[in-house]
Write a protein that binds this ligand. Sequence first.
Ligand code: UN1
Length: 520
Amino acid sequence: MTATATPSHSALSELAEASFAALDVREHIQPWHFGPVGAGLGSIPVRTPITGELIGSLGADHFGALVDYGAAIEAAHRVFPQWRDVPAPARGHVVRRLGELLKEHKDALGRLVTLEAGKIAAEALGEVQEMIDVCEFAVGLSRQLYGKTIASERPGHALRESWHPLGVVGVISAFNFPVAVWAWNTALALVCGDTVVWKPSELTPLTAVACHGLLRKALADTGHDPEAHQLILGKREAGEALVDDPRVALVSATGSTRMGREVGPRVAARFGRSLLELGGNNAVIVAPSADLDLALRGIVFAAAGTAGQRCTTLRRLIVHESVVDELLPRLVAAYQGLRVGNPLEEGVLVGPLIHQGAYEGMAAALEQAQAEGGKVLVGGERVGEGDSYYVSPAVVRMPAQTGVVANETFAPILYVLAYADLDEAIALNNAVPQGLSSAIFTNDVREAERFVSAAGSDCGIANVNIGTSGAEIGGAFGGEKETGGGRESGSDSWKAYMRRSTATVNYSTELPLAQGVSFG
Ligand code: UN1
């Protein structure tokens, strides 16, 4: 593992300002402003994990805008009836325009993602591409919000289901996918006829303001009220405003299981809906017949990519005992070749952890793993010093699936376990509280099909011969158990953003009752 030099602070603030200016959204972000630190603009700090320093600040025209979350929800609620009545294909035009703006500004927005979340450029651009993809999906969807017609048991009656807009959708998103997860929710919610209030992670407010500006520009360009999208910046209180407000019909929240444990019951207590995408503890099984070259590449991207900070990150490697001794030295060598450092620099594959807390979480997990009999084969060290937290991704051989292995530590630690037969491997895959993503590397069709069958992986995502991360937007995304059960993005996930209405229309002159009931 090699480290690269960290850039100077002022260079990064200049880059942030230039990238933000290139988006050309200044007039669409009121009441927000972005400017250099110390320009007296406001109170929301913009930091970069690249150096850990402030690279600017966000402020508002009036203090109220910073704290009046209720006013933002009220505005989204007020605009909803008018947005609901726009025909769905015309709502799709707004999302198409958003997709165009994202294509035009892909580089600048990607750079902001790198600056605020610390992702390497290739992954940041991939994240913006994921937004563009979901916009394209949503535009098509805007002409395919299909209901069902059902054969009525009564003569002269028509029975059908329609899908109607739900209302205000609250989106709570996490730092690690600061823009794509918002786009999944917002592109779908908009074509479904909902208005949106977004509470981004407090760690990534600048990318949020940038996306807010791009969407409001898309709304204005297509002749619609920009108030259909609202942004609330803040910490826990901002999320709580969405969770507790009965005007918010659906709360779609991405984050830790701990967060979801609070959000789910609170939203349910007011009979609101929630869509939860929470922690993952994803495993790859490497079977005796696996193509080890393929497996190695898949494993390294899934485990060390994004510095281990994806909900889909590979955290557990379950290797057949006949190949473990061949695979592990190759894995260790691949890890030794990973370049850790400034994510803006070409050739770097692993950027920084988001903050000190993430580093401390990783150090504590490694300590616990060793106390539970684990052996660190490579990595796990802090690279560099100061206010930024770079680490070398770690591989830890574990004697068994012990306590620490059952936890999601949001950092690049890969625990390795050996197995003797497939039943055991599948049992290990399923024996954690989380259920997001999983994969098997095998060239045996029986094993592959078994893994993706009902008796196989219990996760929302079960892959064959690819890693656990990097899902396409076309499938439904989400997981079971402590991952929260929600499904976002492709397939028929849109149904979560609409309400279903069943209509029975009697076009006869009689009034037959269902179930043959005669009354009087
Ligand atoms: C997340 O980490 O919250 O499948 C989302 C993936 C990405 C999305 C990750 N498409 O890794």
